[in-house]
Design a protein around this ligand. Structure first.
Ligand code: ATP
Length: 287
């Protein structure tokens, strides 16, 4: 039996550079792991893949990304035997936090360990990229600049450990919808990734916070103005930075200290319909 965490992520920057011939968008994003994680327990069984999830409504069959990851490993690595995967789901779903990718990445690592497959990180990333663009990042974790579809990664100096409040409004946002809406009406303002990369290399956290930005934020916010309300509330609660993650709708706030973050989480719990999590930025896998 193997127990493994699949961590959520936020995007400190997210830019879209264009639409590719293969239909994917060319993106450039600084991704950051969070301590908030799903816990996956993988147990050997005679044959086949079975799955249990403690979140009613989340598909617990071959549509689940953890199931797809297990099936891919079994096929590509010629695994003799099966696996039961149990997911304790803590990452909000369809929230811009890459929870499905986190589970797929944890399954790839878990299968590697459970069956002693000896695959390298690079091999696991190549497998993961076949299933989803965020999975290579989820395998590595920490602070990473990702380009291409998100699968080309450059590790950055770790962003400092910092309290994070997540507020997810009570609706889901489909990532394909957000990208389609972007194409229909692209915003003019883009984050400055080059300046962000300089700032993080120089250890200038204040500049990183100033330069953080997500080109999809105005897109999703136009359809869901509550995202703007949450950002304003996050700032009113003392956040150093308040932004939407990925294609949304989760708004995250970065805080200087845990007391202020805890008070902000309480304020969101009492005054809004949001699902609220108090967590922190987390380092690379294995740390
Ligand atoms: P993205 O990686 O596109 O930013 P997201 O974080 O917004 O995604 P996810 O939580 O990964 O969203 O879920 C997107 C969809 O994937 C869900 O609506 C769900 O139907 C499907 N899905 C499949 N497997 C999983 C899983 N293990 N956890 C969460 N969602 C899953």
């Amino acid at each position: 039996m193997v127990t493994i965490l699949g961590r959520a992520k936020i995007n400190l920057t997210l830019d879209i550079l264009g639409l590719r011939d293969d239909g994917y968008h060319e993106i450039a994003t600084v991704m950051q792991s969070l301590a908030l994680a799903d816990t996956l327990t993988l147990t050997r069984q005679e044959e086949g893949i079975t799955l249990t999830v403690d979140l009613p409504g989340l598909e617990a069959d071959e549509r689940n990304l953890a199931h797809r990851a297990a099936a891919l490993v079994m096929k590509e690595c010629g695994v003799r035997g099966g696996v039961h995967i149990d997911i304790a789901k803590r990452i909000p779903v369809a929230a811009g936090l890459a929870g499905g990718s986190a589970d797929a990445a944890a399954t790839l690592r878990g299968m590697n360990e459970l069956y002693g497959l000896g695959r390298s990180d690079a091999e696991l990333c190549a497998l993961g990229a076949q299933i989803g663009s965020d999975i290579p990042f989820s395998l590595m974790g920490g602070t990473i600049f990702a380009t291409g579809r998100g699968e080309i990664m450059r590790r950055l100096t770790d962003f400092p450990e910092m309290p994070v409040v997540l507020a997810k409004p009570p609706f889901a946002v489909s990532t394909p919808w957000a990208y389609r809406s972007y194409d229909a009406n692209p915003p003019e303002e883009h984050p400055d990734n080059a300046a962000f990369l300089d700032a993080i290399a120089a250890g200038d956290t204040a500049a990183c916070i100033r330069l953080a930005g997500n080109v999809l934020e105005p897109v999703t916010e136009a359809a869901h103005p509550v995202i703007g309300d949450y950002r304003a509330r996050m700032y009113a609660c003392g956040a150093l930075c308040a932004m939407m993650s990925g294609s949304g709708p989760t708004v995250f706030g970065l805080f200087a200290d845990v007391q202020t973050a805890r008070a902000a989480a309480e304020e969101f719990r009492s005054a809004t319909d949001a699902a609220v999590h108090l967590t922190q930025t987390a380092g690379r896998y294995g740390k």
